[in-house]
Design a protein around this ligand. Structure first.
Ligand code: F6P
Length: 327
């Protein structure tokens, strides 16, 4: 039987994602509702190491549900990867009596949490907070929906100017090693092609498709490329296309960090709130080292190490749909 938690810490780690604030709010308010003391930890694991930890009350999370970024700030902590850093972090939690942790972040953050709780007896609950959606055991990650909507809005704007000039645009979106932002934004903006790391990019097929469209004077040509595509990102693909299609007027647009900012979408606020609530419930019910996900609209709990080892199931027929609809 696991011991009962009384004081919990919450932190955000890795790349920020819209909706992290809604998750922090849910953790703090659910914790207080259940009689727990809740502590905010600044700048991810760095705050644990540097003892940048403060007591939170209901008011500390007022007026943040609609805000992008994270009030706790975030970092990718190098020191936490070292045993000495984790030891320091543990001492700082111990002296306050913090006996449970909620980590909102992506796979790197979960690896840290897993290691930490294997070494010290502090249960950690992970909430998937990443725009990349590259975590198994959940249909949603906090921030993905907002990032995709931002990408769609930007690509729609690019479509206007592409149309005005009869240009081909290669648009690079984020996602690290995953192609979900590309796949979703590409399908939603009517791209000709979407290039993602999960499938081998067939350049000859791409060129023949674009050549055929050039012949029949198709109005708008958009190619959406995931930054992690194995052929390279937008710049590399753009270079190849410029070389091979000299008659086409080609521009490259890299959307970059705008995809990480902005007010969270309704969906991100809702999943963040549900996950934050269930993170605290998990700690109260004695769950250890699991990630809280949502599958088929139900809460789902998987071990942190499984969440980082596996990827979400990839919807391969989407690429076929994109191709057919762009014809
Ligand atoms: O993991 C989120 C993410 O935005 C990735 O899509 C991207 O590859 C990376 O972070 C960028 O990281 P940084 O903000 O450190 O440049």
């Amino acid at each position: 039987m696991s011991k009962k938690v009384t004081k919990i810490g919450v932190l955000t780690s890795g790349g920020d994602a819209p909706g992290m604030n809604a998750a922090i709010r849910a953790v703090v308010r659910t914790g207080i509702y259940n009689g727990l003391e809740v502590y905010g930890i600044m700048r991810g694991y760095n705050g644990m190491i540097e003892d940048d930890i403060f007591h939170m009350d209901n008011k500390s999370v007022a007026n943040i549900i609609q805000r992008g970024g994270t009030i706790l700030k975030t970092a990718r902590s190098k020191e936490f990867m070292e045993a000495a850093g984790r030891q320091k972090a543990y001492e700082n939690l111990r002296k306050r009596g913090i006996d449970g942790l909620v980590v909102i972040g992506g796979d790197g953050s979960f690896r840290g949490a897993q290691r930490f709780s294997n070494e010290f007896d502090i249960p950690c609950i992970g909430l998937p907070g990443t725009i990349d959606k590259d975590i198994a055991g959940t249909d949603y990650t906090i921030g993905f929906d907002t990032a995709v909507n931002t990408a769609v809005e930007a690509i729609d704007k690019i479509r206007d100017t592409a149309d005005a000039h009869d240009r081909l645009f290669v648009v690079e979106v984020m996602g690290r090693d995953a192609g979900y932002i590309a796949l979703h934004s590409g399908l939603a903006t009517g791209a000709e092609s979407v290039l993602i790391p999960e499938t081998r990019t067939d350049v000859e097929d791409l060129i023949s498709g674009l050549t055929e469209k050039e012949k029949r004077k198709k109005l708008v040509n958009l190619v959406v490329v995931a930054e992690g595509d194995e052929m390279g990102g937008g710049s590399e693909i753009g270079k190849i296309l410029k070389n091979r299609l000299p008659n086409m007027d080609i521009r490259i647009s890299i959307l970059g960090h705008i995809q990480r900012g902005g007010a969270p979408s309704c969906q991100d606020r809702i999943i963040a709130s549900r996950m934050g609530y269930h993170a605290v419930e998990s700690l109260l019910s004695g769950r250890h080292n699991v990630m809280v996900g949502i599958v088929d609209d139900k809460m789902h709990y998987i071990p942190l190490d499984t969440a980082v080892k596996e990827k979400q199931a990839f919807t391969s027929d989407w690429l076929k749909i994109i191709k057919i609809l762009a014809s």
